[in-house]
Design a protein around this ligand. Structure first.
Ligand SMILES: Nc1ncnc2c1ncn2[C@@H]1O[C@H](COP(=O)(O)OP(=O)(O)OP(=O)(O)O)[C@@H](O)[C@H]1O
Length: 268
């Protein structure tokens, strides 16, 4: 197993502090140990990639971290404070946003309307917050639109977008809440190569602007090029963690991929 300590060389100032931590995270469905004893740390301005063959527990881990499934065991903290009982609807307010494996835009709203929803979620509905919403939403939405380059599409409906563009709008919606932590479940699934490269570039730019991210992806070369660290899972268990190139060369990771997918994890 790869060493669990150490960071990429030369961290930029202000990056690297632990923001979100999961300790001994487990989610069991009856006898199925979908996730079983995962420790992870998301560091400020870094991308942690979660890698593993189909059914290894990546999406369940992400669901646990975003409180969509209850933990069987373990602890979740944000800035050192336990959030293991925070309802998922309150997570955006605490600065955690996510995108899903499948596109979940509201079909009857325009692109702009969908992105505005992300800002509304973050700021909540309380009377005291309404004024804040009025003052800050346009700015947050505009920023999200600019960062993701969807400014020409604001009046379109999701049904009129290509798949890759719809996924970019989802990222814009998540960013409109000005999250501190963004979790993405297979953001390039179903995309062609230019679209994948574009999303990878966007995630790296967001990272360089200080956004902490957790990325679940099957595209190993994208993970190596995009992530600062990788956590590899197999059958719900962590099998390696560390710098991306070390993790994809790890014997246990190679074995998990050879056994299930018939190719080497590090093949480019
Ligand atoms: N709601 C559920 N009830 C029962 N078993 C589940 C449930 N959700 C997931 N599982 C099981 O948990 C295991 C992990 O599934 P999960 O979807 O988290 O894996 P994954 O690594 O994200 O897979 P993929 O790459 O195919 O998306 C699998 O065996 C799956 O069948």
């Amino acid at each position: 197993m790869t060493a669990l300590s150490g960071r990429p060389a030369g961290p930029a100032p202000g990056t690297g502090a632990a923001v979100l931590q999961g300790s001994d995270v487990a989610v069991h469905y009856g006898g199925i140990r979908a996730v079983d004893g995962v420790d992870l740390t998301l560091e400020t301005g870094r991308i942690l990639g979660v890698l593993g063959p189909n059914g290894s527990g990546k999406s369940t881990l992400l669901a646990a971290l975003t409180r969509l499934v209850p933990l069987t065991r373990g602890r979740l903290t944000l800035d050192g404070e336990d959030y293991g009982r925070t309802p998922p609807s309150r997570l955006a307010h605490r600065g955690i946003a996510r995108t899903f494996q499948t596109v979940r835009l509201l079909p009857d709203l325009t692109v702009l309307g969908n992105i505005q929803l992300g800002a509304d979620l973050r700021l909540g509905r309380g009377a005291r917050l309404r004024e804040l919403v009025r003052r800050t939403v346009p700015e947050a939405v505009q920023e999200a639109v600019e960062r993701t380059g969807v400014g020409d599409l604001l009046d379109l409906r999701p049904g009129e977008l290509s798949y890759g563009t719809a996924r970019r709008v989802e990222i814009a919606r998540a960013l409109a809440g000005r999250p501190r932590v963004l979790m993405l479940d297979e953001p390039t699934a179903g995309m062609n190569q230019p679209e994948r490269l574009e999303v990878a570039g966007l995630l790296r730019r967001l990272r360089d602007e200080g956004l902490t991210q957790l990325l679940v992806e099957h595209d190993v070369s994208m993970m190596v090029d995009t992530c600062d660290r990788l956590l590899a899972m197999n059958q719900g268990r962590p099998i390696a963690e560390g710098p991306p190139r070390d993790v994809v060369r790890d014997a246990a990771v190679q074995e998990a991929y050879l056994g299930k997918r018939g190719h080497r994890a590090g093949d480019r």
